[in-house]
Every structure is written in structure tokens, then in C-alpha cells.
Design a protein around this ligand. Sequence first.
Ligand SMILES: NC(=O)C1=CN([C@@H]2O[C@H](COP(=O)(O)OP(=O)(O)OC[C@H]3O[C@@H](n4cnc5c(N)ncnc54)[C@H](OP(=O)(O)O)[C@@H]3O)[C@@H](O)[C@H]2O)C=CC1
Ligand SMILES: O=C(O)[C@@H]1CCC=N1
Length: 275
Amino acid sequence: MSEAKMVFIGGAGNMAGAVIGGLVASGYPAERIVATGRNEQKLADFAAKTGVRTSTDNDAAVAEADVLVLSVKPQMMKELCQSIAARVVERQPLVISLAAGIPLAAYRRWLGAGVPIVRAMPNTPALVGTGVTGLYAGEGVTGDQKQVAQKIAEAVGIAIWVEEESGIDRVIAVSGSGPAYYFQFMESMIDAAEKAGMARADAERLTLQTALGAAKLAVASDVDVGQLKRNVMSPNGTTERAIQCFQSGGLPELVERAMGDCAERAAEMAKELDN
Ligand SMILES: NC(=O)C1=CN([C@@H]2O[C@H](COP(=O)(O)OP(=O)(O)OC[C@H]3O[C@@H](n4cnc5c(N)ncnc54)[C@H](OP(=O)(O)O)[C@@H]3O)[C@@H](O)[C@H]2O)C=CC1
Ligand SMILES: O=C(O)[C@@H]1CCC=N1
């Protein structure tokens, strides 16, 4: 896989940019990666930051791709696919789509039925090597190609395969969109601490280090997160009071609803496609 020429369409965007940043940081040769986009200044800044090659010419980039990663916004995917379809059919790269809400059936219509496609649902912590990627392989993807997709994902974090395509929507609800849930929680904590009189810089430092510490402890620990939570709660103590407030305010139900809405939106996006 170290020899594979990887082309990322939309490579300087938030998601592909994070994956590329993580790949380069993990030692993947930057000269084997091409990031395409439309905005030349954005591409130049991205090239300066990562060392990868950039291009505004999707078709020329596809012509040299062994692995082709599609990472434009879902609403732009159809037009993009149709514009590169001839080149994709000719070159036959392994196609990996990062887009939420676009089923494999749509790519088969837009790119041609025989193109091997993997759907991947990564998340932005890929940038710091702590990503999560859910993977689903369509028909015609070989074992070797699955290995390639998995190795790319594992270069920037952990990867799991889902058995059914709908599993990707569940991955979106947990890990694809998940970083934003934690950022929201951190933002709320920082705002609340500042309101209570703490300097914002201190509130940020304490909140971020607490999130990092809690996540590291949870990953390293062999007890579940419920027990880790109880370990912080002294009977009739301060934490208990705060946790009671979250629970009586409906936080568990709210989280369940938000994740349900998230997955539902992915399914809805698939229905909105106009073929
Ligand atoms: N953000 C996230 O956390 C996650 C996103 N995803 C998926 O990743 C995909 C990209 O999302 P995200 O990175 O957030 O979006 P961004 O808007 O940050 O990135 C999309 C990129 O696509 C480029 N682009 C648009 N049209 C073209 C085109 N015709 N040819 C080449 N490049 C083009 C844009 O570049 P320019 O500005 O130069 O036009 C932009 O940099 C989406 O499909 C999303 O569902 C999946 C998991 C998580
Ligand atoms: O919000 C979105 O649609 C994308 C998919 C997962 C994370 N961001």
C-alpha cells in the first residue's frame, strides 16, 4: 500500500484534509498523494502544510489513481462522479467514498456498475491519528482491495467493517458526527465556566485536558464507563449533584434522540438523490 497512488477529490476539505494529514503524519509518502479542489489558494496552502501534490484537474488526477477517494459534499457528488466516470472506468482504481447519505447504488449509476467501491465513514480526529472509520464493501471489491481500504483507515486510527450498508448510518451517528457532540459539550462547559467567573483561557485549558484525560482513562481502563463515572461520584458529593442534574434534565434521552435524528438524516439524504 505504500506504493499506491492516492487521489483525494476534495482533498483540502475538512474530512479528506484530516485523513491526508493523518496519513502523512503516519509516514505515508506525501508525494504519493494528490489532493484536488477548485480553489487554488486553498490548495496551495494545503500543499504547503502537508507536502502533498495538489491539482484543480480532477480528470488528470484520476488518470493516475490507484486509490480514488471521493470527498466532496454529498450534494455535489453526482455531478462530480459524472464528470470523471469515463476516466474511472478506464483506470479502474479502488474507489472509496467518504460521503454521508449516498448509497453504493448511486455510485454504480453515476460511475458504472463494474467499479469497485468501498464506503468509508471516517471522522476528523483522523488528523491526529485517533480517527474511527466504518467501512462497507460493495460487490466486486476483492479481499486485497478491502485490505487496502482498511490499511488506509488504520493509518489514521481504528477501523471496523459493517455487514450491511445501513450499518454506515449507525457509524455516522456514533463516530462520524460524534466528534461534534463532544465539541458541543466542551463548548458548553467552557461557556458555563466563564459565566461562573473563570478566565476563558483557563476554562478552555481545564475543559480540554479533562476531556482528554477522561477519554484516555476510558480507553485504557478495563472497567466500563458507567463504573468510571461512579468512581468520580462520592455519595452525596458534588459530582452526584451534577450527574443528577444531567439525568433529571433528560440528557440520556436527548443523546438517544440526537443520534437517532442523525442516522435518520443520513437515510433521508439517500432518498433525496435525484438519480
Ligand atoms: N466533516 C466531517 O467530519 C465528515 C465528513 N464526511 C463526508 O466528507 C465529505 C466532505 O465533507 P467535508 O470535508 O466536511 O466538506 P468540505 O466542504 O470541507 O470539503 C469538500 C471539498 O470538496 C472540494 N470540492 C468541491 N467540489 C469539487 C470538485 N468539483 N472538484 C474537486 N474538489 C471539489 C472543496 O474544495 P473547493 O473549496 O476548492 O471547492 C472542498 O475542499 C462529505 O461528503 C461528508 O459527508 C464524512 C465523515 C465526517
Ligand atoms: O454532517 C455531516 O453530514 C458529515 C457526515 C458525518 C460528519 N459530518
